[in-house]
Ligand binder design. Structure first.
Ligand SMILES: [Zn+2]
Length: 112
């Protein structure tokens, strides 16, 4: 993956449940929390995606999942990533800037 030439100049949570990132090249990413959660890069989530458990065919919605997914905290990790704490209790994903930018660009394409 090529080195990212831009960096976040501002990051905040919007009222419509999105992570809003302003980049140094004047691009604004607006990524829905659910998209972030579904793209969690941690080993556990990637493994679950590769090997769906039979239980996922008969989904049981837990109390946490029945609530709207929220982001409870965003913390910088060095100068290359953020960790994001979700309201379902998951906070081990390390979202590299490249991933955040990719997700933001994909959303922008989908919504334009
Ligand atoms: Zn994860």
């Amino acid at each position: 993956m090529s080195e990212l030439s831009s960096y976040p100049t501002g990051i905040r949570l919007s009222d419509d449940n999105r992570l809003v990132i302003d980049w140094s090249d004047n691009v604004r990413s607006r990524i829905p929390f659910r998209i972030l959660r579904d793209n969690c890069p941690c080993a556990h989530c990637r493994e679950a995606e590769r090997n769906p458990q039979p239980a996922e065919l008969l989904p049981v919605i837990s109390a946490a999942e029945a609530q709207p997914l929220m982001v409870q905290g965003v913390k910088p990790l060095g100068n290359y990533a953020y960790t994001i704490a979700f309201s379902d209790g998951h906070d081990t994903g390390i979202y590299k800037l490249e991933l955040l930018r990719q997700l933001g660009d994909a959303i922008a394409d989908a919504e334009s």
